[in-house]
Ligand binder design. Sequence first.
Ligand code: GLN
Length: 454
Amino acid sequence: RAHLDRIAAVDGDVHAFLHVSDRALDVAADIDRRRAAREELGELAGVPLAVKDVLVTTDMPSTSGSKILEGYMSPYDATVVARSRAAGLVPLGKTNMDEFAMGSSTEHSAYGPTRNPWDLGRIPGGSGGGSAAAVAAFEAPLALGSDTGGSIRQPAHVTGTVGVKPTYGGVSRYGAIALASSLDQVGPVTRTVLDAGLLHDVIGGHDVHDATSLPDAWPSFAEAAREGARGDVLKGLRIGVVKELPDSGFQPGVAASFRESLARLEAQGAEIVEISAPHFEYAVAAYYLILPAEASSNLAKFDSVRFGMRLDVPGGTVEDVMSATRDAGFGPEVKRRIILGTYALSAGYYDAYYGSAQKVRTLIQRDFDQAFRSVDVVATPSAPTTAFRIGEKIDDPLSMYLNDLTTIPANLAGVPGISVPSGLAAEDGLPVGIQFLAPAREDARLYRVGAALE
Ligand code: GLN
């Protein structure tokens, strides 16, 4: 009830939610009854959960921030939602996002922007700005997000929250409306590293419904966070810093906060090692070919027949109906990426664009393989700047894309990443995050380091 009251009080300004559940109190009352009956319940039973609208739910609409899916009701729950319900978490509502998770500011939502609770004139990051803002504004203690190129970690960075992109295949994507299937991962957005670990333990692990889901047995990430908080885990830990990412590429307060965090880690016994990742600088260019290519294919299913909106075109052909619906249903950023993607995939240009981008992707994976021979984790600032002003980058797609400089390499390589708050930038007093990256399947390391820094 406290969280629903908080939503009622602040969400008119923040606009983190697209839909607030009308069942949350009933679900919570049911948990209370089960607790009273001494039923064995998990650690998160009864805790409210905000759910990014990219994840389908049976009891609330799922729009992925798009008009084309306005009011869409799914016949099934995403696996992460089903597992959350089974653990007794209480879905509070669906959170705002850039349309089909394309963006870094949540300004590309068809339902209006979300505002950063730290400064309502600024963006909360994207695409999962709604989930991060809900957690930062105390509207929800925990949230689920999705991260294809940074959409969990960059919003966490600009809102002072914790965001985790798990190893590719570590968390089921069944029921996550696909953006780019070789990059997408679902993960937690929370206020502490331990909270993220607790939620990751609930949603993670093998799922027969997702063919890319890893069959591994995972350690407890909550336990890893608890170990980190007890200290000692930093002794002898080798933390790599990428020499091709010079301070000059970052806002001064972001670079300063990063250096301070490294100094704190060093003071607790970590060893800071310079590493080379020479292909990181091509990550944004490769990503913005691979992502639109995959997205253009994934979005072909929104054809006015199978899902969502259908416009009437009197006397028109099937193609006229599809074309009119897609024209009215998709926003400008989605159209831009469909055109980019279909162009990059067209026969004559395949080698020049998509084929080259895939080769760059392999080189970035090798950079990571090489780096992880000499270090345990890699650290970078989570994003180049603090929260920018609403409207500042909306007409300049390239400068919007450059926000993803440090988050994208993890998605291209399939490795896990965490963004942990590292302080406030001196020049504007806004939150800054530090990102840690680990080898695939070593998510537990991120929880140890993140909790030790916290
Ligand atoms: N900024 C990235 C993009 O626009 C984020 C995508 C994501 O992680 N969903 O593609």
